[in-house]
Design a protein around this ligand. Structure first.
Ligand code: ADP
Ligand code: ADP
Length: 224
């Protein structure tokens, strides 16, 4: 069955709705691309699915549980424990080295430093940036930083990885390498991926596409 499902979401920040009846679902281990032009509502959909933004109407269920029926504490525990996040840029803590950045979510979940950094080092290796373990974000290229960010998003073994334009700040060669490593890593852990992008060559790494236009979603019928 479906892991994360949204039905008929509406959300307005002002007079024009950001979401106007958008639906979505993703199965365990499935990679779904959310496509559409700038301003169509992709990020708002992702933020609703992740429990960061509360929709005005419509329902969201994760593992059969209604997000709206959860307390703020339960939703935040869900985000910390079951979800991972990668954004366009600026998500790494500038003062911390790569291994410390990747270890951070584990440290916040109470894992001891030595064990957290051991697991972080393993993830840096899987993303082929283990040579950057002691470097800080300011000493890395954009592509290297995104590989560290993917390691940090997956170190807690999330069931859903939310990726919002993860290659948006990269050139196409680095973008493709990040997408290869991201999808490989997600598949190896059977994490579902919600991939927001406006680029077809990024969406090409997904199993299925959902197109958002004027806050309305359309499931593409083809399978890759
Ligand atoms: P996309 O990710 O497709 O670019 P967004 O979901 O970011 O689209 O935005 C959809 C619409 O909602 C846009 O008109 C945007 O300006 C607006 N919007 C998104 N987030 C906010 C917010 N926090 N406050 C006000 N307006 C917002
Ligand atoms: P992205 O599409 O990658 O989320 P944005 O710059 O659109 O990048 O959004 C960054 C943050 O600003 C998000 O949390 C989004 O909800 C919020 N946001 C987007 N558009 C607006 C807006 N018009 N007014 C206020 N906040 C906005």
């Amino acid at each position: 069955g479906s892991l994360l499902t949204a039905v008929d979401l509406c959300k307005a920040y002002g007079p024009t709705p950001a979401l106007d009846g958008a639906s979505f679902s993703v199965h365990p281990g499935e990679i779904v691309a959310v496509m559409g032009p700038s301003g169509s509502g992709k990020s708002t959909l992702l933020h609703c699915l992740a429990g960061i933004v509360t929709p005005d109407s419509g329902s969201i269920t994760y593992g059969g549980r209604d997000l709206a029926a959860m307390s703020d504490a339960e939703r935040s525990a869900l985000r910390r424990g079951e979800f991972g996040f990668v954004f366009q840029f600026g998500q790494l803590v500038p003062e911390l080295t790569s291994v410390e950045n990747v270890a951070l979510p584990l440290r916040l979940n109470g894992v001891r430093r030595k064990e957290a950094e051991r697991r972080a080092a393993g993830w840096l290796e899987r993303l082929e940036v283990d040579d950057l373990a002691g470097k800080r974000p300011g000493e890395m290229s954009g592509g290297q930083g995104q590989r560290v960010a993917v390691a940090r998003a997956l170190v807690t073994n999330p069931r859903v990885l939310f990726a919002d334009e993860p290659t948006g700040a990269l050139d196409s060669l680095n973008g493709e390498r990040v997408m290869e490593l991201l999808t490989e890593a997600a598949r190896s852990t059977n994490a579902a991926v919600v991939l927001v992008t406006h680029e077809a060559r990024v969406a090409a790494y997904s199993d299925r596409e959902v197109v958002v236009r004027d806050g309305k979603s359309r499931d593409m019928e083809f399978a890759r």
